[in-house]
Design a protein. Structure first.
Length: 345
């Protein structure tokens, strides 16, 4: 049975999306394990990891989401397992999930340090499972490329196997190859793929925003399928806002107070994807009716503007089971830009 540990050097590098694409491109049936959950969901009085639930559904896994994650809180895990017990637990989970399948992906946490105190960091996972480690870097900046040299030596010294590196979300592939291509070759590190940035994969569904913010939808519920790509804080005058380049962009989220009827109307006229109203302040009913007619969701939250901006910024754009178009696009990108033969070898 093939086993791969997928890790990243930083948050939001695209590990989960890459796993979806890699499994599809390599063919066969795959299982998924995420030993330590870091994207928590509360469903049916149970705590799940979002990614565990996603793969359990998409790949028709028999295991429940809570059964393919050991835990969430480091303090509890330190009490429950030592290094030996953690290794045994990982292997039991991999064996159970991988039964009757061609392979298992083991997804590590948000960076190479995450989970180290409970023996669930990427290097420990690779050693527990006796599996190669695939490292995902996001963006392809010079500082991240310099990390490749460091992490290769570090991983080798720790006795794990670096299977290769995938550089994800590169802004300009041609410029990247010209600038860094020779340097990458000289490292001797297997570069399994360089994948371009696709903005539509980073958009945030309004319905996910509602769920994460526990927001009240006060108008435009029919438009919850809209996508958010830009965030605009409507705290200035409307005339100033109209001169801002983001205000004219499609797929924007506008955060403003419910007593700013002028800003809300301007947002509706520019076909915003969503309007978030702060301080639990509602605008007049005729404005809400206009938003519903335009199918533009209006969300109500209790926090002040500053807190709301922070909370919206913390909502991560993730793949859901309903994102068929995004998943198909991920499949295409991985098939086109990842050296699958080198990965399988």
């Amino acid at each position: 049975m093939k086993k791969l540990v997928v890790a990243s050097t930083g948050t939001s590098a695209g590990k989960t999306s890459l796993i979806l694409g890699l499994a599809h491109a390599m063919g066969g049936s795959w299982g998924y394990v995420k030993p330590i959950g870091d994207r928590l969901l509360y469903r049916k009085k149970r705590l799940w990891d979002h990614d565990a639930a996603l793969f359990a559904i998409l790949w028709n896994m028999q295991a429940k989401p809570e059964d393919i994650t050991i835990g969430f809180e480091h303090a509890k895990l330190r009490y429950m397992y030592d290094r030996s017990a953690t290794g045994a637990k990982i292997n039991d989970m991999v064996a159970a999930v991988g039964a009757g399948r061609d392979g298992v992906f083991i997804e590590a946490g948000s960076n190479l340090e995450f989970g180290a105190s409970v023996h669930l960091d990427p290097i420990s996972l690779a050693k527990h499972a006796d599996a190669p480690l695939v490292l995902v870097l996001g963006g392809g900046e010079a500082s991240e490329l310099a990390e490749i040299h460091f992490y290769r030596n570090y991983i080798d010294d720790e006795g794990a196997r670096l299977g290769g590196v995938i550089i994800n979300r590169v802004q300009d592939l041609d410029d990247f190859q010209v600038t860094y291509g020779d340097e990458l070759q000289e490292t001797g590190i297997p570069i399994l793929g360089v994948i371009p940035r696709v903005p539509e994969l980073e958009t945030l569904p309004v319905k996910l925003l509602v769920e994460r913010l526990f927001a009240r939808v006060v108008a435009g519920e029919a438009g919850l399928e809209r996508e958010v790509e830009h965030i605009f804080l409507g705290a200035m005058s409307v005339s100033s806002a109209m001169g801002h380049p983001i205000f004219d962009k499609p797929n924007k989220l506008i955060i403003t107070s419910g007593d700013r009827s002028d800003m809300i109307l301007a947002a509706l006229e520019t076909q915003a994807s969503c309007i978030v109203l702060t301080n639990n302040l509602l605008p007049p009913g005729n404005i809400l009716a206009k938003a519903s007619e335009a199918r533009i969701p209006v969300l109500l939250v209790p926090w002040d503007t500053f807190t709301t901006v922070q909370k919206v910024g913390q909502v991560e754009a993730v793949i859901t089971t309903e994102d068929a178009a995004k998943i198909a696009r991920i499949h295409e990108l991985v098939a086109a830009h990842v050296k699958l033969d080198a990965l399988l070898a």
